[in-house]
Design a protein around this ligand. Structure first.
Ligand code: NAD
Length: 454
């Protein structure tokens, strides 16, 4: 292993390659001398994406000027199926970030055993500074700019930070119009400006984007899938760890993932005693009621004072604490579900939870990972714990391709099967090789990807 690979940096792609190096070292111990050249070749191939698309998106602004936005689509690996991964709008998007995220998507899809590879996209933009019309024109322009490189069998984008089902609706509409414009018109439609696709063909093209609204061909259960998948992973992991009984939990973040996680944890009998958002955290020792807390937060605009337990919100039932304090509470389960790099070498020695379930992407720094491992605190890694989202995205793609619409019960049943099986595979790899679960998740993913690269 090259020493430079082990240097810890803030560059996400360097960190991703460090994770690859650690897993590759484990895999080298499992192969024969004859198999080694193939393994080395595959590891070398995974050290860079297969394709990087750089796009410029001109947008007519409301004031009559034209602004050019820079964007990317990185197609990392498609050995197991079409590239899959979200599109991020953020002013700090960089090529290295998109490369890292696309690598992690390849790993996540392989851990969940989905017939998909890994990709990711992004535009350097602060979407909050755009009007609704500018946002739509930019999204449609980006979809057109990447249209030749995506498709049901090529690359299937989805929402990520600051993108959502509405934006996916604009993009899929633009993509379908673009594809129609390339079909030679049928004789009877010549001169009408219309090119025909059958409903089935159009639904197939819709599968190019997932995370769509139901009315645009989206799947039941997608919004809750990441949280529900996280619960299935946690329950499976706790059984393997031999931990049972009534347990307490805290959740950092109260957005899509954090709220749903808190809701499913409470529903499954965990006592969620603290949650937080960017403005701070609340501690409710009796256990929060997530639904009432969300209603209260929507009404007030913040969590402080939303001490909702049982069927009431009452100022005497809780108190405000900081986000830092939340991470160090003495609980059974700590769920970071907001941002990256929140568990660091500074606070990892003070974490008192028995298990960390990473629902955000990259919440634990490599230093903190080492500290928690040495302290015997299992960290269930993001590429396993939050893979429920992409799993239901894959179900959406499959439903569109087959012209089907599954019920929520069916989606959740299939989700559970995938999550239980993925958790078992990671757990077994961790025990077999005596390695942390993060490296075990990479080993599991790489083994599957390399088998497909043969
Ligand atoms: P979101 O924007 O809906 O919610 C983010 C939450 O984090 C908000 O409540 C916000 O107030 C809170 N937050 C922001 N800064 C914070 C801080 N400093 N301290 C505490 N809380 C803070 O986003 P989301 O979709 O819930 O995603 C959360 C994380 O999960 C991200 O890392 C994302 O990449 C990851 N993830 C999301 C999905 C999904 O399906 N949405 C799937 C996989 C992974």
């Amino acid at each position: 292993m090259a020493k430079s690979d082990l240097t810890k940096t803030d560059n996400p792609f360097t960190n991703a390659m460090q994770q690859l190096t650690l897993a590759a070292d484990v895999l080298r111990r499992t192969v024969t001398r004859n198999e080694l050249p193939d393994l080395e070749r595959n590891i070398a191939l995974l050290r860079q994406p297969k394709r990087i698309l750089n796009v410029t998106v001109p947008v007519s602004m409301d004031d009559g000027t034209v602004r050019i936005f820079d964007g990317y689509r990185v197609q990392y690996n498609d050995a197991r199926g079409p590239y899959k991964g979200g599109i991020r709008y953020h002013h700090q998007v960089s090529l290295d970030e998109v490369k890292a995220l696309s690598f992690w998507m390849a790993m996540k899809c392989a851990v969940a055993d989905l017939p998909l590879g890994g990709g990711k996209g992004g535009i350097i933009v602060d979407p909050k500074l755009l009007t609704a019309g500018e946002l739509e024109r930019m999204s449609r322009g980006y979809a057109r700019a990447i249209a030749d490189c995506i498709g049901p069998d090529k690359d299937v984008p989805a929402p990520d930070v600051n993108t959502n089902g509405v934006i996916m609706g604009w993009m899929v509409n633009e993509y379908i119009n673009y594809q129609k414009s390339k079909i030679p018109p049928l004789p009877k439609l010549r001169g009408t400006g219309k090119n025909k696709l059958t409903d089935r063909e159009e639904l197939r093209l819709r599968s190019t984007f997932t995370g769509k609204l139901i009315r645009d061909g989206g799947s039941e259960g997608r919004e809750e899938a990441t949280g529900l998948g996280g619960l299935f992973v946690l329950q499976t992991m706790l059984a393997r760890l031999g931990l049972k009984g009534e347990m307490t939990a805290v959740v950092q973040g109260f957005g899509n993932v954090g709220y749903n996680m808190a809701k499913f944890l409470s529903g499954a009998g965990f006592k969620v005693i603290a949650v937080s958002d960017s403005r701070g955290a609340i501690l409710v020792p009796g256990g929060i009621n997530p639904e009432l807390t969300l209603e209260c937060k929507k009404k007030n605009g913040y969590l402080a004072g939303c001490y909702c337990s049982g069927s009431v919100c009452d100022l005497t039932k809780g108190k405000q604490i900081t986000n830092e304090e939340l991470l160090e509470l003495p609980v059974d389960i700590l769920v970071p579900a907001a941002l990256e790099n929140v568990l660091t070498k500074q606070n990892a020695p003070r974490v008192k939870a028995k298990v960390v379930l990473e629902m955000a992407n990259g919440p634990t720094t490599p230093d903190a990972d080492e500290i928690l491992y040495k302290r015997g605190i299992p960290v269930v890694p993001d590429i396993l714990s939050n893979s429920g989202g992409v799993t239901v995205s894959a179900f959406e793609w499959e439903q569109n391709l087959k012209g089907q619409h599954w019920t929520k019960a069916e989606v959740n049943r299939k989700l559970k099967l995938r999550m239980v099986s993925a958790t078992g595979a990671v757990w077994d790899a961790s025990r077999r090789h005596k390695i942390p679960m993060r490296t075990a998740a990479f080993v599991t993913a790489l083994t599957r990807i390399f088998a497909a690269m043969k």
